[in-house]
Design a protein around this ligand. Sequence first.
Ligand SMILES: [Zn+2]
Length: 96
Amino acid sequence: MTLMALCSSNLCIILGLESDMARGHQKFQSQQKNAKKQAEIKKSKGHDQKAAAKAALVYTCTVCRTQMPDPKTFKQHFESKHPKSSMPPELVGVEA
Ligand SMILES: [Zn+2]
């Protein structure tokens, strides 16, 4: 095998190291790029979700899937319809 013969020489070891370094560097760069991309996606997604929630003003009951326009209604609904279920954390601080 030509490859085996080449790899037993010092030249191949040097080349191998260099290409490993190059690969490592490339990997690092693409990881950075990915992280940046992910952060941007996360940012835009979070913004969109917030905007969508504000526009729709819909809360979905975690037990029966009924949709309500605000947390007060949701809490009142939850307390009257599902008193035995544990309240979703987002309703705990809500004044019904
Ligand atoms: Zn319900």
